[in-house]
Design a protein around this ligand. Sequence first.
Ligand SMILES: [Zn+2]
Length: 397
Amino acid sequence: MNSIDLTPIEKLTKARIQLQRSHPFWAYLSLGLRFQNFPKGIADDPHAQTAGVDAHGNLYYNDDFINKLSITDTKTLLAHEVSHVAYSHLLRVGTRHKQMWNVAADYVVNDILLRNNFPKMEGMLLDSRFSEKSTEEVYEELLQNPPPNLPLFDTHMYSTNGGSSDDPSQQGMRISPSQVKAMERKWKRKLVEAYEHSKKAGNAPAGMERLIDNLLHSKVSWRTILTRYILNRIPFDWTYRKPSKISRVLKTVYLPSTLKESIDIIVGIDTSCSIGEKELALFKGDMLNISNSFQQVNMHVITCDTKVYDDFTLTNGTRTQFEKLKLQGGGGTDLRKIFDRVTTKGMNTPRNILIMFTDGYTPFPDSKPPINTIWVSTEASKEDYPKWGQYIRVEVK
Ligand SMILES: [Zn+2]
């Protein structure tokens, strides 16, 4: 039977079977997809003219779109869509701007597909600048340099916590935070299984080793965790304006104007301790990066052992002062002085973040302060810190 005679669902099924020979990794993953037409009510929407996927593994498609695809392109489409689900792109968006995250996710997915000999499909977003980068990294770069209007290749359907929207890409089923965690775990397991499966078939995917290794050993670098934590708290106005009829017809991507809201990040550095210079250098580098990359971040630096030494706002003028910060060594430690200083400055609010770089050998405030506190710990373990606050262990190989 010629592929032209196949119904859309037969074509998708045939493509899935053929993937098993050429790309067993994606074939295995795509077993978790359920094929169906876009739901009635949104089928006429511009977002529903190609294909899309939600976090549950439902692959939605438009009949006309699938009818026009070759089997080869259908295979690529399947791999593209299942990648979004398997990498939990739809669950990891957090408070990020969705449209920009979609674009970042597409660059990452397509880069991996092309490196695994999938042919390029019309309308695919590709950019060699983003090769071998994580979605978070690409997203950050895009934020600094927002792309011009980009065509939509597919629809990434996010789950919402209720609320209605007539934009189908913003619609979805309700998912609780514990369901999100469970789904992420499920797909991580599937990724590892798919990798094992493809290795047995003698055809393991390229460019996935790091990802799989991280999944197997659940090792995420402290820098990634810290950066992700901060990025998730940078406010964006993502209740952006609905696209006008015109922009819907033109299929332009509507980027929002970001609200110029800002957050204060207080970087507390324990200078008394046995923190390694290498760890401190990396930490400072990350903080500088974040401060340079986001207009919305005001960064304040406070150093302390038993009393506060430096207390300044990080600007171009104080950059060198920050870069030159050294550990003093010796003496005791009382980081409560940093909490006191933050309170005195009126920054002790839930909007702000206090990142404390320390070995953890210090008295702590008696009660939970209102500010989001992150302990970036070089020595003490999680149990040594108060129950409130985030704990990140520094490990430098
Ligand atoms: Zn996509």
